[in-house]
Structure formats: C-alpha cells, structure tokens
Ligand binder design. Structure first.
Ligand SMILES: Nc1ncnc2c1ncn2[C@@H]1O[C@H](COP(=O)(O)OP(=O)(O)OP(=O)(O)O)[C@@H](O)[C@H]1O
Ligand SMILES: [Mg+2]
Length: 259
C-alpha cells in the first residue's frame, strides 16, 4: 500500500527540504517507487533533485490551474525510481488564484487519488507557512512528518502546528496521522542539541524517530550539485542518517498501522 507523507513545519529553515530530498532518495535506493512533490515556491526540492526549476514548463502551479495533466508535470530526477513534480517561483501567486476555487483544500488530494497506487511513497515538501498549499498537502496526506531543528527555539510554533494538524483531521482529512518527528542538525559537540532533544521529548507527546540527523556539511553542499546525499557522498554521516530514517519509515509501513 502506498503512503503519502507531508513534510511540514511552518518554521523556516528547520530541514524540511533536506529531509524531503534525502528521505525520498534513500527510499528510492531501497527499491521503493517514489514521487516527490515540491509545493514550495522556493523550488529547492526541485533543484536539489537535479531538475532545473527555471526551465521546467509544467510545475505544480500549472497542475493547480489545470493547465497541464498530472502525467505532464511528473519529471524524472537524478535517481532511478524517484520522480518529481517540480515547483518554482510561479507558485508564489497560486494561493490567491486558488482561493476562489471550489474544494480548494482538496485540490491536490483529488489529483493524487488518480496515481497514488503507482507509488510506494509520495513525499510532499511544504513551504514554511500554514497556508492553503500546506493545507492541500495535509489534506492529501496520510501522515505528517515534522522535522525539528535542534536549536534553542525548537518548541516555538510546534503547538500551532499540532493544532493545525488536529483541525485538518477534524474537518478535512479524518485519517491524517503524525508520521513522526525527526530531529535535524544535531550537533554532538554542544550540550544544547541534547538538551533540545530531551526537552522536546518531555513536552511533545508524539512519536519521535530514533534516527537523529546530524549537522553535516555534506548535506548542505549536496543541493548545489543537484544531488541527494546518497549520490553526492554515499558514505557521509548525513547519508547514513537518512538511510536509517528511510528504514524507520519503511518499518512503520510494515506494521500496517496507518492502513
Ligand atoms: N543536517 C544538516 N546539516 C547541515 N546543514 C543542514 C542540515 N539540514 C539542513 N541544512 C541546511 O540548513 C538550511 C535549511 O535547510 P532546509 O532548506 O532543508 O530547511 P527548510 O525547512 O526546508 O527551509 P524553508 O523553511 O526555507 O523551506 C539549508 O541551507 C540546508 O542545506
Ligand atoms: Mg524548504
């Protein structure tokens, strides 16, 4: 059974895109068939997977405006078994255009229903806001994966995020679950990182992955080469961590708990 995962946190720069790119790629490396969807106008997931966001004709924006079909906007990426629906700056105006549409919260869900079963996982990278695009992702998704950066303000905004997830579950998507919380940019040299992990564990009553993503410069470099970490530096600490995360994500699927 396929699973649709929205990677969301309205806080900026916490590792959503890095997690989307590398979790997708590490799942594809394990022979899973993956579709990654970029719904952030920044288009960083698009370029990080080797798709030139400035030349693609059909993006998630054209899809939303029904100017192209789903098939027309699915691109192949640098990795076998990993396809991408790209995004670029055009999407920044989409919210205003979407607002007048009927069923505007269900737009992505209705599209993905057609193709969901062609993939093992569909992973959606959300923008750093709880806007209509993010709502579309959460309505289409089975689960939400929440990256949390190991920094002093880690808990800030989380209750708002959890409240939004609860609201969407209540009103728009009753089957929505939390996929899990993953700590990112963990710095083993500082006490702060381990304090943040401890603090979030104690205060946030949610499933937290055993895998913790370290701060690793190779993870920051890889996107400028248009490659996920397992292609850019397969033996780096970052690649190892995202492989473990992919295993955890797959193991949870085997338990059938969200089907
Ligand atoms: N584990 C890591 N180690 C080192 N650098 C990282 C790591 N994770 C992310 N980064 C870097 O931190 C910055 C923010 O990461 P990323 O773009 O993944 O966050 P984001 O939540 O998607 O941001 P936005 O909210 O703008 O979409 C990027 O420059 C990225 O390369
Ligand atoms: Mg991002």
């Amino acid at each position: 059974m396929s699973r649709i995962i929205a990677v969301a946190n309205q806080k900026g720069g916490v590792g959503k895109t890095t997690t989307t790119i590398n979790l997708s790629a590490c799942l594809a490396e394990k022979s899973k068939n993956i579709l990654t969807i970029d719904i952030d106008p920044q288009g960083n997931t698009t370029s990080g997977l080797g798709v030139d966001k400035n030349v693609v004709e059909n993006t998630v924006y054209e899809l939303f405006l029904e100017e192209c079909s789903l098939e027309e906007c699915i691109q192949s990426s640098v990795m076998e078994g990993l396809s991408v629906i790209p995004s670029n700056i055009n999407l920044s105006g989409a919210e205003i255009e979407l607002i007048s549409m009927e069923n505007k919260e269900y737009f992505l869900k209705n599209k993905l229903d057609e193709i969901k079963n062609n993939y093992d996982f569909i992973i959606i990278d959300c923008p750093p806001s709880l806007n209509l695009l993010t709502v579309n992702a959460m309505v289409a998704a089975d689960t939400v994966l929440v990256p949390i950066q190991c920094e002093y303000y880690a808990l800030e905004g989380l209750s708002q995020l959890m409240h939004t997830i609860d609201l969407i579950k209540e009103r728009l998507n009753p089957k929505l679950e939390i996929e899990g919380v993953v700590f990112t940019m963990y710095d083993a040299r500082t006490n702060l990182s381990s304090q943040v992990v401890q603090n979030v564990k104690e205060n946030l009553n949610k499933k937290i992955y055993k895998t913790i993503i370290p701060r690793n410069v190779r993870l920051a470099e890889a996107p400028s080469y248009g490659m996920p970490i397992n292609l850019y530096d397969s033996r780096s600490a970052g690649a190892e961590a995202y492989r473990y995360l992919a295993e955890e994500v797959i193991e949870r699927e085997d338990e059938d708990q969200w089907l």
